[in-house]
Unconditional design. Structure first.
Length: 155
């Protein structure tokens, strides 16, 4: 089981598909970048904000499975905002496991639905995260396929 988990995590880290720090065409003018970014989205833009790559809660933003996620690390708490989940989801039925990779050290956390904020899942965290650490979130919902989201911790 550990070999399968380690292999899965290694494959995820090597996969460019859902990396939160993907190449964002830094050499483009802002207008070109905005046009290019919106062309690659496969979901409906009507009626919602187009500022997908800007953190709403001061965290790390990523997109996977056509949904937007934001990971917020605040002192002794780590939270994942999953605002694009359909509103008919029972938050307690959604299971989120974080795998934290710090060099060769690996740890896991289970996030729980927040009692105060919709679409926020949180847990206490005891380790200190630093630039270069990687976090992979596995989001499981009874009404959809599992979604893997990868975050790179920056300064």
């Amino acid at each position: 089981m550990k070999l399968i988990s380690a292999t899965l995590v290694t494959a995820l880290l090597l996969s460019p598909v859902i990396n939160a720090s993907q190449d964002h065409h830094h050499d483009e003018r802002p207008e070109e970048h905005a046009k290019h970014a919106h062309e690659s989205h496969d979901h409906d833009h009507d009626g919602h904000d187009h500022e997908h790559d800007k953190p709403k809660y001061g965290g790390i933003v990523a997109e996977a499975g056509g949904q937007h996620f934001e990971l917020v690390i605040n002192g002794e708490t780590i939270a994942l905002y999953a605002e694009d989940l359909p509103h008919d989801h029972d938050a307690d039925a959604i299971k989120i496991r974080l795998t934290i990779l710090q060099g060769k050290k690996r740890s896991q956390l289970e996030l729980q639905a927040s009692k105060t904020e919709e679409h926020r899942f949180e847990s206490a965290i005891t380790q200190q995260l630093k630039a270069g650490d990687k976090i992979v979130a596995m989001v499981r919902s009874p009404k959809s396929k599992p979604i893997l989201v990868k975050f790179d911790v920056a300064d």
